[in-house]
Design a binder for this molecule. Structure first.
Ligand code: ATP
Length: 733
């Protein structure tokens, strides 16, 4: 659906230039409806107020449970903690850190040394692990007879039987996988299974949602649609995709599905009237499973009841299974994404959590207005749980990798930020914590873009891989609409919280410090993603705790607050709660017990520095305090004069920039072109962006800005005229 929206009647408020505090005016009174621009309906306001009140109470409860350590008899403390101490240790052994649970060959030969890849390297954008799967066929003595779709796993849960007694690994396939999610498996199951009856949790009240009008969908372009005083009105076409399956109110009868465990949302889809144009007769079901329980990808493979799905492409492979682009012969439109979960008990269990989450999302947002993946069906096929979802485009990570300039234009960053935060606000309202937000899990709905030729010098400076992938061009999306996927690690806030969650690069400090975590961890992850969109590479390209903590302090420009460190020590000393098993050896031992400060660089007993030079370089040279670091990246687009100091109020910042601009224009009048682009509005846009990030990167999760407050932040009142906006103007008739 698309619609032309002429903007120009409403001016957005300007940033408060006179604000003299360093933290900025988040005391903005625009209220809880901020993300529904122009929406004055009091009924909606009431709903939103209720929604935010509920979020606050979730948050308070969770954080009180995890952080209020002085009240050991706190009745809100989860009762399972006593036995969790044992379970946590077990869990931590298994889930301790990323690579252990991965059963693929990790080939470290190709520019993939993450810990070694410094931002100062030319190939820093190639921060990728290559996973190579070899085509090996063998018969296993552990084969289980498996004609039944419910073939059991062995006791370790590691082997699952394929339909013919042969295990086959996936055909040779290279898959770039920069970050690896932590599979949160067995213990999640243990702690909630008693509550779980296979039906959605009744404790979650379903909030009746109000369908948004086209005007309210402006959030999809952030403030791209809005102009600052002095800018001209911008005419935009906003293409908002509702779910292609949402053909309300067509009622259809579900086909009989003997092995169907659950069928969700089928009433929203149209049956194909007279069969598919894609004949299945030439395709045979050759559905195979490898020794790790992964489906073996083969194009044109057929699976599902009556050969319903035809495999067309491998969209992705993760810890939980493979995601396939398939033709669905039963319904129209007929391309879907099917996540084929590994045929291993514990992954099957985890998929049930994903199902519950996806079902809650679907119940509350059947049209997909909150940018979350929409589940359409779920069935069991040869011991693989298959989740059928809408099909979207590539992830923003893949898009960045294939782009000559990885960073996004500011207007698109704002549009993506707004969708992400709004979506997470929606999830948090439902009591859901995503826990694994990262660029790989954010998909672009529509990949159409314009391409700009890059100067030869820029092309030459690109890594070989990026040069080839981008063909020397910068791609700019026409519509920065996104969807959040991968709810495999998401949990409801009242469920068991594993001690370690999130992909390392996006992991919040409270998780690293073993303090317990809740909704705020998603906010931290989003902040990491947003910085990545600006600088074009991961903010935290690290793989171990000490360097991670040192980098966090460097980026925030402050040491960890002592009360947080104190809580960590107290919690560990009294063996409270839910700590990672390596907390002592990789975190606590690096803090001075008297000053409560992080001891970095690391020294041995004799006082010699033992932190490697590479690590020192990564922390001290390759990253910087966030405002300085982002200013550096922005200079590529706006020239040398743009430096932002978050300790100075905006007025002071601007006057410093302005004097630099004047000086530069006087001395080098010929270089005016480079600085012309930097006007006050552009500066303000980036100033308030950094201000928002600072609040999202607050160390103390209880003080970190919430999704709701982030939507009210001043930044979302500002617009920027840049290539992202130009793309709309040039491409929309
Ligand atoms: N609906 C979809 N449309 C298009 N591509 C998709 C879709 N769902 C998933 N993908 C692709 O498949 C990849 C893996 O999906 P997903 O993250 O859900 O799997 P996973 O096994 O949980 O992975 P991870 O190990 O990262 O948790 C994604 O990064 C994305 O590229």
């Amino acid at each position: 659906m698309s619609q032309n929206i002429q903007i120009g009647t409403r001016k957005r408020s300007r940033a408060n230039m006179n604000n003299s505090t360093t933290t900025g005016p988040t005391g903005n009174t625009s209220g809880s409806k901020a993300f529904l621009d122009n929406f004055e309906d009091t009924r909606t306001n009431k709903l939103l107020d209720e929604m935010f009140a509920r979020q606050n109470s979730f948050l308070t409860d969770n954080l009180r449970n995890s952080l209020d350590l002085n009240q050991t008899d706190n009745p809100l403390r989860p009762r399972q903690h006593q036995h969790q101490l044992f379970l946590d240790n077990e869990n931590a052994i298994e889930l301790d850190d990323e690579p252990r649970t991965i059963n693929t060959t990790i080939n470290n030969n190709n520019n993939n040394n993450n810990s070694g890849s410094s931002r100062v390297d030319e190939d820093a954008d190639d921060d990728i692990i290559f996973i190579k799967e070899q085509p090996i066929q063998f018969s296993s003595p552990l084969i289980l007879p498996s004609s039944s779709s419910n073939a059991n796993t062995n006791t370790s849960g590691a082997i699952s039987a394929a339909s013919n007694n042969t295990y086959i690994t996936t055909p040779k396939k290279f898959k770039k996988q920069r970050t690896i999610s932590l599979p949160q498996l067995p213990l999640s199951k243990l702690s909630y299974q008693s509550n779980y009856s296979g039906v959605p949790d009744q404790n979650i009240a379903i909030v009746p949602r109000v369908t948004q009008t086209e005007n309210e969908l402006l959030h999809l372009t952030g403030s791209c649609a809005k102009t600052l005083e002095g800018n001209k009105a911008v005419s935009l076409t906003i293409a908002h995709s509702t779910s292609p399956f949402y053909n309300s109110p067509v009622q259809v009868t579900s086909p009989p599905q003997p092995t169907l465990k659950r069928q969700i949302g089928s009433s929203l889809r149209k049956f194909k009237s007279n069969g598919s144009s894609e004949s299945t007769s030439s395709n045979k079901s050759n559905f195979k499973t490898d020794k790790d329980g992964h489906y073996v990808y083969q194009e044109n493979d057929v699976f599902g009841s009556g050969g319903r799905f035809i495999v067309k492409d491998l969209l992705g492979q993760g810890t939980f299974g493979k995601v396939l682009k398939c033709i669905d012969n039963k319904y129209e439109p007929n391309y879907v994404a099917v996540k084929v979960i590994r045929a291993v008990d514990r992954y099957r269990e985890a998929a049930k959590t994903e199902l519950r989450i996806l079902q809650t999302i679907l119940n509350n947002d059947p049209q997909g207005q909150f940018q979350c993946l929409l589940l359409r069906e779920c069935f069991d096929y040869k011991n693989h749980i298959c989740l059928v979802t809408d099909l979207y485009g590539r992830s923003i990570y893949d898009f960045m990798c294939s782009n000559g300039v990885a960073r996004f234009p500011g207007s698109h960053i704002q549009a993506i930020a707004r969708q992400l935060i709004r979506s997470v606000c929606f999830l948090h309202d439902l009591g859901i914590i995503h826990t694994d937000l990262k660029p790989e899990n954010i998909l672009i709905c529509d990949e159409t873009h314009i391409s700009q030729n890059l100067p030869t010098k820029t092309v030459q400076s690109l890594s070989k891989r990026r040069r080839e992938a981008s063909k020397g061009k910068r791609k700019i999306l026409k519509n920065p609409e996104i969807k959040i996927i991968d709810f495999g690690s998401a949990i409801f806030h009242y469920e068991y919280h594993p001690p370690v969650i999130s992909t390392r690069h996006y992991r919040a400090p409270e998780i690293v410090l073993g303090l317990g975590w809740s909704f705020p961890c998603d906010i931290w992850s989003i902040a990491c993603v947003l910085v990545e969109l600006v600088i074009g590479e991961s903010l935290y390209p690290i793989h171990e705790n000490l360097e991670h903590m040192a980098m966090m302090q460097r980026i925030n420009g402050t040491p960890f607050p002592t009360d947080i460190v104190d809580k960590m020590l107290y919690k560990s000393k009294h063996k409270l709660g839910n700590s990672p098993s390596d907390l002592n050896s990789t975190v606590i031992k690096h803090f001075d017990k008297k000053t409560l400060s992080l001891q970095w660089p690391e020294k041995n007993k004799r006082g010699d520095t033992i932190t490697t030079e590479k690590s020192m370089k990564r922390v001290l040279q390759s990253c910087d305090r966030l405002d300085i670091y982002i200013s550096k990246a922005l200079k590529l687009d706006y020239g040398d004069c743009l430096s932002i100091n978050w300790n100075l109020p905006p007025e002071k910042n601007w006057s410093l920039i302005n004097s630099k601009l004047l000086w530069k224009r006087q001395i080098h009048s010929s270089s005016a072109a480079a600085t012309d682009e930097l006007d006050k509005e552009t500066f303000l846009f980036w100033y308030w962006f950094i201000d928002l990030l600072r609040k999202m990167f607050e160390f103390d999760p209880t003080k970190r800005i919430t999704a709701k407050d982030a939507l009210d932040h001043e930044w979302f009142n500002l617009g920027i005229l840049d290539d992202g906006i130009a793309t709309y103007n040039n491409t929309q008739g």
